[in-house]
Design a protein around this ligand. Structure first.
Ligand code: PEP
Ligand code: MN
Length: 375
C-alpha cells in the first residue's frame, strides 16, 4: 500500500510521523518513507510493507495531509506506476535532474583504452556543451580472450579528465561488487571531480546479487539495461531488486533484443517499448542505439542506422541516449565498428535536438485530441 502525501509535505514532518505511527499499529506492517524530488516540488510517499491486506484504505484517506491511498497489486512495487500515480520518480544527481520529462545525451567511449582518447572525447563533449558521458572501465566480453577493460587502473585519469572538461556524470558499467567499491574510492581519491552512474549491462540483467549490491548503496544512481533474452516483465522484476534494496535513483535502458529476426542489426531494436516502460514504471528511460544497431552503416537517405534508431527512441519519448563515440574507431579495443567519430558529434547533437523538439510538439498536439482507449 502506498500513502501519497499532499504536495510539499516533507518526509520529516509531523504529518508523515503521524501516518507512520498509525500504520505501524498493524501487526507485521513496516513502513518506508520516500521523498521524490521533482524539478518543482517534493512528493512524499509512505510505503506500507508486509501484511497490508487487512489494513483499510479509508483510515488514511481521512488524514488532511494525505492526497490518496493506493493498493499495490503489481510485483514491481517500487519501480511500478500504480493506479493513480501520475508523477514519475525522478532524481537529482550532480546538479542534473533525471526524470520522465528530462533529456540527456551520454556520448563516449565504449571502453576506455588510454588517457589520450579519453581526453579527446571529453574535450569534444565540452566543445558541444555536453556534461554527461559514457566511459567503460570494466568490460563484460563474450570471449575471455578479448580486451576486458583497463579496470580500476584507468579510474584516476578518467575522473580527473572528466572534471577538467566539466563532465558531471559518467556512465560506467560494473560487473562485480568490488568494482562498485573501486569506483566510490576512486571518486573520493580524485576529490569527486565528477559523478558516476553505475551501469548494469544486459548480461547481468538477472545477476540478482549484483543488483542487490548496487541497490543497497545510495551514493551512486544506476542505469539498468534490459536483459537481451528475457521478457520485459522479467527485466522489471530484476530491476526491482535495485529499488527494493533502497536505491530509487534508477534509469531503465533499452538496448535491443538478441534474435536473428533483428538481422542485419546486432540486436532487434526495441525502442517502441519506450512508452511501455514509461507507462508501467515511473523511471526515466534511456535508449542505447549503438549496442542495438551494432555497426555504422549509411542508409540511402544519408543518415546512419544509428541515427535512425536514436531518433526512433527519442520520438517515442526517451529521456536519455547512451551512444558510442571514439576519436579513432579503427584503434578501439571494443566495439569500434559501431562508434561515431568526434567530427560527427555536433551533427549528432543537432539531429537529436531536432527530434526531441518534435517529440515535445507531438505531446502538445496530443493534448488537443482526446483518445478513446480501452480500459
Ligand atoms: C555497454 O554499454 O558497454 C554494453 C556492454 O552494453 P550492453 O550491456 O547493452 O551489451
Ligand atoms: Mn560496447
Amino acid at each position: 500500500m502506498i500513502i501519497v502525501m499532499k504536495a510539499d509535505i516533507r518526509p520529516d514532518s509531523d504529518e508523515v510521523r503521524e501516518v507512520v505511527k498509525a500504520a505501524e499499529r498493524y501487526p507485521k506492517v513496516t513502513t518506508e518513507v520516500r521523498a521524490i524530488e521533482g524539478a518543482t516540488r517534493c512528493l512524499t510517499e509512505v510505503y506500507l510493507l508486509g501484511s497490508t491486506g487487512v489494513v483499510p484504505l479509508d483510515i488514511f484517506e481521512e488524514y488532511s495531509a494525505v492526497e490518496k491511498v493506493i493498493r499495490i497489486r503489481e510485483k514491481y512495487r517500487s519501480i511500478g506506476r500504480h493506479e493513480g500515480q501520475a508523477e514519475s520518480v525522478g532524481f537529482e544527481y550532480q546538479g542534473l535532474h533525471f526524470g520522465q520529462d528530462t533529456f540527456h545525451i551520454f556520448p563516449g567511449l565504449c571502453a576506455v583504452d588510454n588517457p589520450e582518447h579519453t581526453e579527446l572525447m571529453f574535450q569534444a563533449l565540452q566543445d558541444v556543451g555536453i556534461e554527461t558521458a559514457r566511459a567503460g572501465a570494466y568490460k563484460p566480453r563474450t570471449s575471455p580472450y578479448d580486451f576486458q577493460g583497463l579496470g580500476h587502473k584507468c579510474l584516476p585519469y578518467v575522473f580527473e579528465l572528466a572534471g577538467k572538461y566539466g563532465i558531471k556524470v559518467v556512465s560506467m558499467e560494473v560487473t562485480h561488487e568490488t568494482q562498485v567499491e573501486e569506483i566510490i574510492q576512486g571518486l573520493q581519491q580524485a576529490g569527486n571531480p565528477t559523478g558516476v552512474m553505475l551501469q548494469i549491462g544486459t548480461r547481468n540483467a538477472q545477476n540478482f546479487e549484483l543488483l542487490k549490491i548496487v541497490g543497497q548503496q545510495n551514493e551512486l544512481p544506476v542505469l539498468y539495461k534490459r536483459g537481451m533474452g528475457i521478457t520485459l516483465e522479467e527485466s522489471f522484476n530484476a530491476c526491482e531488486y535495485i529499488a527494493s534494496g533502497g536505491n530509487h535513483r534508477i534509469v531503465f535502458c533499452l538496448r535491443g533484443m538478441k534474435t536473428n529476426l533483428g538481422d542485419p542489426h546486432r540486436n532487434f531494436v526495441d525502442f517502441a517499448h519506450v512508452p511501455v516502460v514509461k507507462r508501467v514504471t515511473r523511471l526515466p528511460v534511456c535508449v542505447d542505439p549503438s549496442h542495438s544497431v551494432g555497426r555504422k552503416v549509411l542508409a540511402p537517405d544519408g543518415l546512419t542506422d544509428i541515427h535512425h534508431a536514436t531518433a526512433q527512441g527519442i520520438i517515442a519519448g526517451a529521456n536519455m541516449v547512451l551512444v558510442d563515440f571514439h576519436p579513432r574507431p579503427e584503434l578501439a579495443l571494443c566495439d569500434g565498428p559501431q562508434a561515431l567519430l568526434i567530427p560527427e558529434l555536433q551533427h549528432f547533437v543537432d539531429d537529436v535536438n531536432l527530434v526531441r523538439n518534435s517529440y515535445l510538439e507531438r505531446v502538445e498536439l496530443a493534448k488537443s485530441c482526446q483518445f478513446a482507449v480501452e480500459a
